[in-house]
Design a protein around this ligand. Structure first.
Ligand code: HEM
Length: 416
């Protein structure tokens, strides 16, 4: 064991044992962030905050929630909403938080796409981000089941049924996931375990991994400029703060983030107190009934775009059934963002508005995703079905074109 001399201060005492000054430097005061970034770079910190809010409100809900098909619905809608002091507030915070977190994830993700933050050495940041997206999706889906309302039951039924489309093992897989031949008590209890334990643990690990992946390639900036971080940090430490292209994570970057976070929290609590109903489907206030299918089954708003891709193929093409085509398109839609860094063939790291072809591609994709989201909630009949088909096709075509147009772009303007 190392030799210890008597500490002169409390800080020194901790320093000798935990190296806190060094840790503070590495993680905060000498962790360098580019100066030229805007409010969109605050989304990551907002996401951390939302995760904390969900965790804390979830712990309070957990004290009264009962994971049992006979008790779950009443434990939420009667006990928590009416009997427990401020139980309604915890539920509204949790439901609004679960919905808004996806809005912020999408903004964060598309900021990355717009500025090319997934390229040239930043691939692991992107992949760890996608892992977080998958985990949050699983967390949202499993949580939606817990109140055991009509939408909880039927969304669980439809989504688990999708796995039946996987060749050879599909049918057995559905039974394995549900823990029964139909959505039942065993399904509820296993999704409860996933929602309150396994997935949150995995999210914590994935956030740590995402942050670690940011350390070496560093955060991107508004111009996509590459510079030597060590050199710029030296300038900053030497007092040349104006000339330096970086600022320390703490106190400079975080204090600016906290301002954006402050505005966000006002918006968040405005939704919690005045518009919470958007985060709770009216049909889910009817208790789950396996014998009564609701007229329209749809997932939460953040899954609507991929749900519409699944439904978009409503007729057979070239001998392949519409159902199978929908499943294939759905699988592509869910996996394609993971390989984004390899689909974009241009090494140019620039914001989309400075990229001659990509800028059209980017805004077309956003428009298409909005159309898919809107039509994902409407009944898939008549004109709606055709809009669904064409917007699903547009989605697939856009991704098929991405390597082509980015390669052409690279030829036109060159790399770097
Ligand atoms: C849901 C949990 C997430 C948390 C807590 C989180 C947190 C963060 C933080 C704090 C940053 C650094 C500052 C910033 O750019 O905001 C960051 C950067 C980044 N994140 Fe996430 N993120 C999450 C999800 C995602 C997702 C779903 C993606 C997309 C696949 C993603 C992709 C990225 C990229 C590409 C960067 C680098 C941005 C740059 O270099 O400019 N993240 N994230």
């Amino acid at each position: 064991m190392a030799e210890f001399k008597k500490a002169e201060s409390t800080l020194e005492w901790f320093d000798q044992r935990l190296g806190v000054t060094n840790l503070y430097k590495v993680m905060m005061s000498e962790y360098w962030i580019p100066k030229k970034i805007n409010f969109l770079w605050a989304m990551g910190v907002i996401l951390v905050m939302l995760f904390k809010i969900l965790l804390i409100s979830g712990i309070f809900l957990l004290m009264y929630y009962k994971p049992d098909v006979n008790l779950a619905f009443d434990s939420v809608n009667y006990t928590i909403m009416q009997e427990v002091g401020y139980g309604w507030l915890m539920r509204h915070i949790h439901a609004v938080g679960a919905s808004v977190v996806f809005l912020v994830i999408y903004i964060h993700m598309f900021t990355g796409i717009y500025y090319g933050s997934y390229k040239k050495g930043r691939e692991m940041i992107w992949i760890s981000g996608m892992l977080l997206f998958v985990l949050f999706s699983a967390e949202g889906f499993s949580g939606y089941m817990l109140p055991w309302g009509q939408m909880s039951y039927w969304a669980a039924y439809v989504i688990t049924e999708i796995f039946g489309g996987i060749p050879f093992i599909g049918d057995e897989l559905v039974v394995w996931i549900r823990g029964n031949f139909y959505v039942s008590d065993a399904t509820l209890t296993r999704f409860f375990m996933l929602h309150v334990l396994l997935i949150p643990l995995a999210i914590l690990g994935a956030i740590a991994f995402h942050f670690y992946a940011l350390r070496f390639p560093h955060v991107n900036n508004e111009d996509g400029e590459f510079f030597d971080f060590d050199e710029e940090a030296e300038k900053y430490l030497a007092g040349n703060k104006k000339e330096s292209k970086v600022v320390p994570f703490w106190p400079v970057f975080l204090s600016k983030d906290f301002m954006v976070l402050g505005f966000f929290m006002i918006f968040f609590f405005y939704l919690v107190f005045y518009h919470y109903s958007f985060a709770m489907d009216a049909i889910n206030f009817d208790k789950a009934d396996g014998l009564k299918t609701p007229a329209h089954i749809y997932p939460e708003w953040y899954f609507l775009w991929s749900y519409e891709v699944l439904r978009g193929f409503f007729f057979d093409i070239a001998g392949i059934s519409g159902k199978d085509l929908g499943l294939i398109a759905f699988a592509i839609a869910n996996g394609i963002f993971l390989v984004f860094p390899w689909l974009d063939r241009s090494p140019l790291v620039k914001p989309a508005n400075q990229r001659p072809y990509f800028k059209y591609w980017f805004w077309l994709l956003i428009a298409d995703l909005i159309v898919l989201t809107i039509y994902g909630k409407l009944p898939p009949t008549g004109v709606n079905a055709w809009v669904g088909f064409f917007s699903s096709m547009t989605f697939l075509i856009l991704f098929a074109l991405l390597p082509v147009i980015t390669k052409m772009e690279a030829k036109k303007v060159g790399g770097e």
